[in-house]
Write a new protein. Structure first.
Ligand code: ADP
Ligand code: MG
Length: 380
């Protein structure tokens, strides 16, 4: 780890300003899923246990346009209090040894990376900590501008874990390294694919993305979702894979239906998709193929569901790959909002080596970009 972490910092007697990501789903004024809050507990406990005089937490939730009572962090402060077994007040001005500031995005300065707003935030601490990996691809005031005012800018434990596992994929992944890519669009994943081609031994492609590749090879795809304006890109990627000697595996059979809806009659099409049908999941032969490649892998990256896993009829490909990985002995990294939802749904999240908490941030990291919120942390 090249960045300073809270392990390296003596926080005794100091006021610590901590950017966390408490951007959790709220429903009827209550926290619907507290995963992100729980992920920040080790950092909060560490700072308190090591004698910080004051820990000031800050986060945004949702996309408020100015002050919006329905997007107050109040329910989040309450859930955090329950989880810690002590009260965490929601405050405008820091008080006590632990408190939470109100939604950062209530101030337009946050998203503008405004220096004056950042300076006001900075007045709340002597040391700065970022534990919000999932917001670190955004140059917002609490992540970026605020750091100008601190000499000590350390990563929290969650941030550290994310950087460590994701950097390992970029620097020296244990080989063979196999990436499974799926999801909806090639256009979202072009930069990741280009980066992966420099590093992986095999690239397994499923999901809707596969149909743009197939069409670019003149394989009939019926009514499957295709990005017509990305056929050239797909061809270029296929060529680049060939040159880089990366084995690129596309699905060879498809679960198809007339519409991507529950209750549809499904068929299994081999090799190509017949006219009028949509490919909505990879078929059993493809699952077998993908597993054959994964079996050899010492490192696996998975981003993007292999079918419309939200609908039971089209979830088997994703489920079988998830279950296979759960049993496979390798470093297994999962990233992407929907892919994380899939491993949770199929009950195998705990069997993965690392499940990234950052959707967009994780993708940008794997594209090889330096995230603005990580770049500004102190080096060790
Ligand atoms: P992530 O959030 O993990 O990066 P994406 O957002 O790229 O993943 O893609 C997820 C979406 O792709 C899911 O909602 C899934 O239903 C959809 N999808 C997967 N396969 C197909 C397919 N064959 N046709 C249409 N949509 C698909
Ligand atoms: Mg998504």
């Amino acid at each position: 780890m090249k960045k300073l972490t809270i392990r390296d910092v003596d926080v005794r007697g100091k006021r610590v300003l901590v950017r966390v990501d408490f951007n959790v789903p709220l429903k009827d004024g209550a926290v619907e899923d507290d995963t992100r809050i729980r992920e920040s507990l080790p950092t909060i406990r560490h700072l308190l246990d090591n004698g910080a005089a004051q820990v000031v937490l800050m986060s945004h939730v949702g996309r408020p346009k100015g002050k919006d009572a329905s997007l107050s962090l109040k329910p989040i402060a309450e859930r955090l209090s329950q989880l810690l077994g002590r009260s965490v007040p929601l405050v405008d001005q820091p008080s006590g040894d632990l408190c939470l500031l109100e939604n950062l995005r209530f101030d337009p300065g946050e998203e503008k990376n405004d220096e004056a707003f950042a300076k006001r935030l900075a007045a709340c601490g002597d040391v700065y900590v970022n534990d919000g990996f999932a917001v670190s691809h955004r140059a917002h005031a609490s992540v970026h501008a605020v750091t100008k005012f601190f000499q000590i800018r350390a990563a929290g434990f969650l941030m550290e874990k994310e950087i460590e596992y994701l950097s390992r994929l970029m620097e020296n992944p244990e080989k063979p390294y196999v990436a499974v890519l799926g999801g909806s669009k090639v256009s979202d994943k072009i930069l990741i694919i280009e980066n992966l081609l420099k590093r992986v031994d095999a690239l397994l492609i499923g999901g809707a993305m596969a149909y743009t590749f197939m069409k670019s090879m003149n394989i009939p795809v019926g009514a499957s979702r295709v990005e017509e304006d990305r056929l050239d890109v797909a061809r270029r990627i296929l060529e680049a894979a060939d040159q880089a000697k990366v084995k690129l595996v596309l699905p060879k059979d498809h679960v198809v239906a007339r519409k991507p809806e529950a209750g549809q009659r499904t068929e299994l099409h081999d090799n190509s998709v017949l006219e009028g049908w949509m490919g909505l999941d990879i078929g059993p032969k493809s699952v077998f193929d993908f597993q054959g490649e994964l079996k050899k892998a010492k490192t696996v990256l998975w981003n993007g569901p292999l079918g419309v896993f939200e609908i039971p009829e089209f979830s088997n490909g994703t489920r079988h790959i998830a279950e296979f990985l759960a049993k496979h002995n390798a470093t297994k990294i999962v990233g992407g909002g929907d892919t994380v939802a899939a491993v949770e749904k199929f009950g195998v999240k705990d069997r993965m080596t690392h499940v990234s908490t950052g959707g967009g941030a994780c993708l940008e990291f794997l594209e090889g970009k330096e995230l603005p919120g990580i770049a500004v942390l102190s080096d060790r």
